[in-house]
Design a protein around this ligand. Sequence first.
Ligand code: GLA
Length: 419
Amino acid sequence: MAPEIQSLCPSTTAALLLLAACLAAAVAALDAADYARPPLPAGGGGRRVLFANGLGLTPQMGWNSWNHFQCDINEAVVRSTADALVAIGLAKAGYTYVNLDDCWADSERTKEVGYMVANPKTFPSGIKALADYVHSKGLKLGIYSSAGTRTCSNRMPGSLGYEERDAKMFASWGVDYLKYDNCYRDGTPETVRFGRMSRALVNSGRPIFYSLCEWGFMEVPKWGGMYGNSWRTTGDINDTWSGMLDNIDLNDAYARYAKPGGWNDPDMLEVGNGGMAYNEYVVHFSLWAIAKAPLVIGCDVTRVSNETLGILSNAEVIAISQDRLGVQGQKVSKYGNDLEVWAGQLSGHRKAVLLLNRGATRSASITAAWPDVGIRRGVAVEARDVWKHETLPGWFTGSLTAVVGPHSCKLFVLTPVPS
Ligand code: GLA
């Protein structure tokens, strides 16, 4: 077995779930074998094994309450979100997780036994009933806690010291996903606190997607894959052009650590929240797709505009994100301050290529040169514009050039033509 595949499949476990993850990862590794991937460092990253729950073989897709609703959530909002995801086709497009963020729980644990309970005013039916409802729609329910004594809002308890109890409770409610934050910590390292919840989830008896949210501390991409399915690499996104770009730039430095089962997370989507123009949200969504970032919608999907829906449900862009190879695309060249080329390997010997104009005023011509995007000199490709849903006329050899407007991008899938 190739060493890369061996490292993905520890011999000590016989768990069937892990087997599924291993097989998929092995297939992806074989498909990727033709391509030079940046070597993993000699530290923890190189020896890591997948967090053994078989989930996250492609970046997670879903919805989360925080970016739009913050603490103003209740069970009606979550139910109508699940309804809307199905009704407007987002569920079918792949957005499966319906995730509660902060503020779902009562302010204190129960006095006698110390259980975390749903806020009786906003979630009177409880989380189990909510999970049943979400499941009845063919979707999955996510929940939120913190590796500290309180969550970031300080409106509910965190799980520090209660990891086993909370994980078992979440499992008994039918929860499918945990976002685990990093507020009100006690000084113990992230590796310890996030590791404890990782073990508790594995022991909970239910496969629960584990999303670490510790903002990139302790170089989490180097160890996050041993504990969870995704890890935040940045602070919180804000709904601005520069904030969005800051997050994806920070995230880019860790591209080599992403692979099926574990993903870098530059935070949730702001598409549809109103802080950016249409073309800027197209850039946001394109960058998240090519970088294999989680596609977790952060707007109110019950009142979504056609423009927003068009971005979020673009099947050709989603296919780049969800490509089975799971190779995170990277920034591969830069011209001046504003013009960039990003590229990433896709299955079937294809490439995703993004031409990005970060400038605010002028259109510019941007060239993706084959050596930069990793195509052999002399190879001819067909270029599909995945926003226009058009294949460009003719073949391209050596490079591809396009004019890109200010604060805009073009996103292509390049497929080699037989020589
Ligand atoms: C932190 C996280 C956010 C969100 C809030 C909730 O800031 O990074 O994504 O979960 O807490 O309070």
